[in-house]
Design a protein around this ligand. Structure first.
Ligand code: ZN
Length: 286
């Protein structure tokens, strides 16, 4: 048992270890991650400042990468196109200062679930348009720097359970690029399109939740070559520690869930998903 655990090589493709909640025990968090077979962690930026913090986060025990990105919820801050372009230029600068460490643009995308506060926008529609502008600017940056995209996307299914606008519009916007669809939640018609895209489909702890049967069906129909694993920590703790702070060691539980759904070994899941991610993100290439 111990030997097989030690041979596993898992990547957490989406973590936020710079979050305040890790301030006091990051060393232990990293130690538990290593014990669970996680050898690489990608710390994902959600705004300009945290992209900088992510790029500066170091560990001598585990391999850290980071990303530069502005989360769609941040769209409320940008009241002019110029203000978007100023921040995109800062993201580019963060990349140029850390070209070995910064390996993708994101998390960026469309999030139509957040509709409480439009902060100066005239309507929900306006706000969605602003999200698209912010996203497009980051797609353009990814193309300019030839970096993969790490995409965040969410539909509002509270009013309409079959809503897939955000995912469908998102796939249309990124169709000429490549990267990872983080915390995938598209419905089956969207999944069929996502399979044909140049993006890996990444699953987090929410595939372990009993209510998310449809995501288990998605995992079942996807080829293993199309799958990536993540935690989105400190968020989205898997079922076994639900409600608590999440951490990269939980990637193992996500891998085990994928293995159970597919009826294969967790080692096979680890090996193939790690290969998928290293290829698309060009890790260890330089
Ligand atoms: Zn995230």
């Amino acid at each position: 048992m111990l030997t097989s655990e030690l041979t596993m090589d898992l990547i957490d493709t989406h973590a936020h270890l710079f979050w305040e909640s890790y301030q006091n025990d990051l060393d232990q968090v990293i130690q538990r991650s290593l014990e669970a077979g996680i050898t690489e962690v990608i710390n994902v930026g959600v705004d300009v400042n945290l992209s900088k913090v992510a790029a500066n986060l170091t560990s001598d025990k585990i391999k850290f990468y980071s990303t530069i990105g502005i989360h769609p919820h941040e769209a409320i801050k940008y009241l002019s196109d110029e203000s978007i372009h100023i921040d995109i230029a800062i993201l580019e600068e963060i990349y140029r200062l850390n070209p070995q460490k910064v390996i993708a643009v994101g998390e960026c995308g469309l999030d139509y679930l957040f509709n409480k506060d439009y902060n100066g926008h005239n309507s929900y529609k306006d706000y969605r348009e602003k999200q698209k502008k912010l996203f497009q600017a980051q797609i353009d940056l990814a193309k300019k720097l030839n970096l993969p995209l790490l995409v965040h996307c969410r539909d509002d299914r509270s009013r309409n359970p079959s809503s897939s606008e955000a995912w469908d519009e998102n796939l249309e916007m990124i169709k000429n690029h490549y990267g990872i669809l983080h915390c995938y939640s598209g419905l089956m018609a969207t999944t069929k399109k996502a399979i044909d895209s140049n993006f890996l489909i990444s699953f987090a702890g929410n595939i372990t939740y009993p209510k998310n049967e449809y995501l288990k069906e998605t995992v079942k129909m996807l080829p293993l070559e199309k799958i990536a694993l993540e935690t989105d920590c400190p968020f989205l703790a898997p079922q076994s520690i639900r409600g608590q702070r999440n951490e990269p060691s939980s990637v193992k539980e996500v891998a085990q869930t994928v293995a159970e759904i597919k009826g294969i070994s967790v080692e096979d899941v680890a090996e193939q998903t790690t290969k998928n991610v290293e290829k698309i993100l060009r890790l260890r290439s330089g």
